[in-house]
Write a protein that binds this ligand. Sequence first.
Ligand SMILES: NC(=O)c1ccc[n+]([C@@H]2O[C@H](COP(=O)([O-])OP(=O)(O)OC[C@H]3O[C@@H](n4cnc5c(N)ncnc54)[C@H](OP(=O)(O)O)[C@@H]3O)[C@@H](O)[C@H]2O)c1
Length: 332
Amino acid sequence: MAERQRVLLLGATGETGGSILEALLEAGQFDVEIMVRPRSAEKPAVKQIANRGIKVRVSDLAAPEAQLVATLSGIDTFISAIGADDLIQQKSLVRAAKAAGVKRFVPCAFITVAPPTGVMLLRDEKEVIYNEIKRLVLPYTVIDVGFWHQFSYPRLPSGRVDYAMMMPNSTIHGDGSAPNLLTDLRDVGPFVARIIADDRTLNKYIYTWSDVLSENEIFNIVEEMSGEKIEREYESAQEVEQKVAAAASNLAQNPDIPMGRLQRYVTDYPYSKYVRGDNQPSYAKYLGYLDARELYPGFKPISFRDFFAEVLAGKGRKPYSGAPPAGKVADL
Ligand SMILES: NC(=O)c1ccc[n+]([C@@H]2O[C@H](COP(=O)([O-])OP(=O)(O)OC[C@H]3O[C@@H](n4cnc5c(N)ncnc54)[C@H](OP(=O)(O)O)[C@@H]3O)[C@@H](O)[C@H]2O)c1
């Protein structure tokens, strides 16, 4: 891989993409450009990025292949942080990247460790793209990050952390003992910046983490740090499985309703993480993943405790709120 890579990032205005963009710029060793679809080219978020001197390449993913190849020309590393609903659209990008001679394609992974197919719809769709990459023998790296800290803590009875929560709840799934890989959203980027500069990660799957915690451990930490007693609600493994079956049946009957897909995603995660126990280091290693903490022992990710201390101090940020991503703990 060339010393100084030209990196094209898709999804830079999103949560994952925003974290990646900031880290790539901060690393100072990449020539970073972003790719946006035509209908988003005039969005304020895109303009703000362009105003920082970052080149914007505009193309629709459904554009003719020749146009996409031109969009990807001269790119060493392509990173996709496309949202969950548009994953399959990456297929055209994979073909264009192969034709354009992209040296590393990082497809949109960035989720929990899970079986390649048959457990999480989201993972199944990502796998379609990984298979296309492999069919074309395109150099790649798949990066999974466990679950974000930002989605991994329970509601407090006082309601004082509700401001930063997407879906406030205090549910424990199964017996709450399954170990679970966690990464702070703000650390996704710093991990990605290290991984794409590293030849050891070419044609490999990598997982990142700061903590491995069960729901029981998370609830204990949150109670200890907040001084509040959480009313624990339990959802049995059987109830989780029933919810997955209901969501799958609903989606099969109404395949075109977007809420149906979201419902599948939301029910698949607890099933995979807490009932099957997929999102843990031993299973990642079984699947052949490399451990980013072993690759980069000098990098100290934001721990769950440090993250939750910020939330308690009122310095958290609700994901998808549109506010700019906060800096590292030290900057807050
Ligand atoms: N590990 C976790 O805990 C966790 C949590 C959440 C998400 N994720 C995963 O992270 C990945 C990224 O999700 P996210 O929630 O970070 O994304 P997001 O915030 O929804 O942002 C999606 C980005 O993709 C762009 N985009 C969407 N469709 C596009 C298209 N057809 N053409 C061009 N650009 C398009 C959007 O740009 P526009 O401005 O054009 O819309 C936006 O920049 C997903 O695969 C998701 O499964 C993981």
